[in-house]
Design a protein around this ligand. Structure first.
Ligand code: MRU
Length: 339
């Protein structure tokens, strides 16, 4: 079940990204031929989701190496490649993690094919990690006929395949323990309604769309058993950055005594920062808020704020599912042990 991936590779190292901006209306594969195109694709959100961004950047780095062979100074060229790819999006740590892994390999004096295979390994390892954390998550969560709320897209499209939060949900579904997934719309880019709901429906998993503002009411009304999301960066104490609106879901869950879970690979943990206050929150163009599909949603000239992510403090998180096991509070101890 589920062979969906955010990228496809054809013969002769031809790399394509599935244009997530056009889903679910159109399935268009965009050829990415060099690192500049990859950087633009990450920035413009053709590809999105923390692990998928890391994977795309890794392939972009390998493409940069291929082109560096025509440059007078390969080392300077590769520094520029890394800098350009790293400057695309600030919050998801997988981007920097993957570039670090690629540049460390580059510094050993390697060739294009080895770098390309390394990028491929990052993708493959991520898919395996998703399947493993999915099992850990489903083992931890108790009950049947579960009604699970998720926010944003933490599915196959956002990862090397399968998904982090959706990995847990897929496993619950496979075990026959899932009643329904409530997929928050996730304004402003609607990853929940356009990507998550599409992915789940495609795989025959019962999904219903909700707007971001419904979580509190639905929890209070006893309609939700637990909430699970992915993560863009987890600090050493467990504070977690994820798509804007996640914090509200976690606060409502805490208030209503409903478990709130994070599912993420170890590559999403930023061991270098002590807590969530060190996470840079991306602020994107206001037109993403003022417009939907090019149509203005407010009066001409009204300004908007557009924070892409928020940070959920560790005390609001019941457990973090990783491929190395389930982390429980106190997260600073659990994460230190993991390290
Ligand atoms: O802005 P995006 O679409 O890249 O943000 C995606 C998210 O915030 C996801 O929830 C997160 O990366 C989890 S990925 C498995």
């Amino acid at each position: 079940m589920n062979s969906l991936k955010p990228f496809r590779i054809d013969n002769d190292f031809k790399f394509f990204l599935l244009d997530q901006r056009l889903l679910p209306y159109k399935e268009v594969w965009v050829l990415i031929d060099n690192y500049q195109e990859m950087a633009a694709a990450i920035k413009d959100m053709i590809v999105r989701g923390a692990p998928a961004i890391g994977i795309a950047a890794a392939f972009g780095y390998a493409m940069g190496f291929r082109d560096s062979e025509n440059s007078p100074d390969g080392n300077i060229y590769m520094k520029d490649v890394k800098k350009t790819l790293a400057a695309t999006r600030p919050t998801a740590v997988n981007l920097f993690w993957a570039l670090e892994r690629m540049s460390t390999l580059y510094s050993t004096g390697t060739d294009f094919k080895t770098l390309w295979n390394e990028a491929f390994s990052i993708a493959l390892e991520d898919e395996v990690a998703c399947k493993t954390m999915g099992k850990f998550g489903a083992d931890h969560i108790t009950g049947t006929k579960l009604r699970v709320l998720t926010h944003c897209n933490a599915g196959a499209l956002a990862t090397g395949g399968w998904g982090t939060a959706l990995g847990v949900i897929r496993e619950l579904h496979a075990q026959g323990r899932l009643d329904v997934v409530y997929s928050d719309e996730t304004r402003p880019r609607q990853q929940g309604s356009r990507l998550t709901a599409w992915e789940l429906k495609r795989d025959g998993i019962n999904v219903e769309m909700t707007t971001d503002t419904m979580a509190g009411h639905m929890m209070k009304s006893g309609l939700i058993d637990c909430a699970i999301t992915g993560a863009d960066r987890i600090a050493s104490n467990g504070d977690t950055a994820n798509k804007i609106g996640t914090y509200q879901v976690a606060v409502c869950a805490h208030y209503n005594k409903i478990p709130f879970y994070i599912a993420a690979p170890v590559s999403t943990i930023d061991f270098s920062i002590p807590d969530g206050s060190f996470i840079k929150i991306e602020e994107r163009d206001e037109s993403e808020v003022t417009h939907i599909n090019g149509e203005i949603q407010t009066a001409e000239g009204v300004k908007a704020r557009n924070f892409g992510f928020d940070v959920t403090e560790n005390n609001l998180i019941s457990a973090i599912f990783t491929e190395k096991g389930t982390l429980l509070p106190p997260f600073n101890t659990a994460i230190l042990t993991l390290r």
